[in-house]
Design a protein around this ligand. Structure first.
Ligand code: NAD
Length: 327
């Protein structure tokens, strides 16, 4: 099989490429990535040495470029990770989120329709459902929950999901969608909560926490997400949405304090900053469907995953120091 992974120089896409190269020694992987501020070739250094891997620099929203690529490569599967992914940036500069996340998805699907594909998989997010109240722990997002996006980021992802489902209905394009909760692990860009806190703590810099830090996220180790996508593209039903989450809800402030403890840093580094506009309070996923249909279950417990992640940042200083300097 020839698999196109878009956005593979970013956090989850790169972890997915490493997972696929290891799990499917018969497959070839092409990574298409525009190398925005969030994408780094260094992240793919180990894959570059593999003859079954090829990197191509390009923009998923560039119709002509994408058309030529699809014509030349005769792809079997497309997994679209390419996106602008940071909520704070979407509040400051929404336009680029519409271009990449919505228009880019449309360009990829047009090429899939024109040249044919066995599966187009859209990597979406639980943020399309909006948020849940802190005092209703009984409520979880299911695949039937309505779309209530709060930020330009989540609205652009929800729009892309609607487009993907419409291409399935209208053109019979064999699509699937996954909506995952917050990921953590290696190669996570240090603007997101967990890597930002780890690198700031290591540099003895302030640890900025929004509001009172009471916002709750459902954290999943990135390899568990990659495994779920792999199951969906091979065994998941066409036209379906699968929620992915680890039943691991934690308050932001508790994560930050845990990182301080693990690194032996004082909690006095924590600084409370003005809350994000429209900040979602709580995300919580019901992953019953992917468990019952595809047998997926998360394998990494948070206590182990966060230690592995911290260890990775300690052992890969040059990766993140280089990124901090560039940005
Ligand atoms: P990321 O920001 O780390 O990586 C995004 C990658 O996409 C980068 O390599 C960037 O260069 C590339 N890219 C951006 N615009 C592009 C364009 N126009 N053409 C080609 N490449 C482009 O993001 P991530 O955290 O790895 O997220 C990947 C996907 O997973 C996104 O679609 C995101 O919405 C989704 N998701 C993320 C999380 C999470 O916790 N990080 C959770 C659920 C879903």
């Amino acid at each position: 099989m020839k698999i196109l992974v878009t956005g593979g120089a970013g956090f989850i896409g790169s972890n997915f490429i490493y997972y696929e190269l290891e799990q499917h020694p018969e497959d070839e992987i092409i990574c298409l990535d525009a190398l925005t501020y969030a994408g780094h070739l260094k992240t793919l250094a180990k894959a570059m040495a593999n003859p079954r891997f090829e990197f191509i620099k390009g923009d998923i929203a560039d119709c002509e470029f994408v058309d030529k690529l699809f014509k030349r490569e005769q792809l079997d599967i497309v997994v679209n990770f390419a996106a602008e992914s940071h909520v704070d940036r979407s509040i400051l500069e929404p336009e680029i989120f519409l271009k990449t996340n919505v228009m880019g998805t449309g360009v990829l699907m047009n090429a899939c329709c024109k040249y044919g594909i066995n599966r187009y998989h859209q990597v979406s997010t639980d943020e399309v459902y909006g948020d849940l109240p802190l005092d209703r722990l009984d409520l979880l997002f299911t695949e039937e929950s309505s779309l209530h996006a709060s930020s330009p980021y989540s609205a652009s992802k929800a729009s892309a999901d609607l487009l993907v489902l419409a291409y399935h209905r209208t053109y019979d394009l064999p699509v699937s969608i996954s909506r995952c909760s917050n990921n953590y692990g290696p190669y996570h860009f240090p603007e997101k909560l967990i890597p930002l806190m780890i690198v700031n703590a290591l540099n003895n810099k302030p640890l900025p926490v929004y509001g009172k830090g009471e916002n709750v996220r459902d954290w999943l180790y990135v390899t568990d997400h990659c495994k779920a996508i792999d199951l969906i593209i091979h065994n998941g039903k066409v036209g379906e949405i699968y929620n992915i989450g680890g039943h691991n809800e934690m308050r932001n402030i508790d994560i930050v304090k845990l990182i301080c403890r693990e690194l032996g840093k004082p909690e006095s580094l924590i600084t409370y900053v003005t809350d994000r506009k429209g900040h979602d309070m709580r995300y919580a996923i019901d992953p019953t469907k992917i468990h019952s249909e595809l047998g997926w279950l998360p394998e990494t417990k948070f206590a182990d995953g966060i230690r592995k992640t911290i260890k990775w940042y300690l052992e890969n200083r040059s990766w993140w120091e280089n990124i901090i300097v560039r940005n």
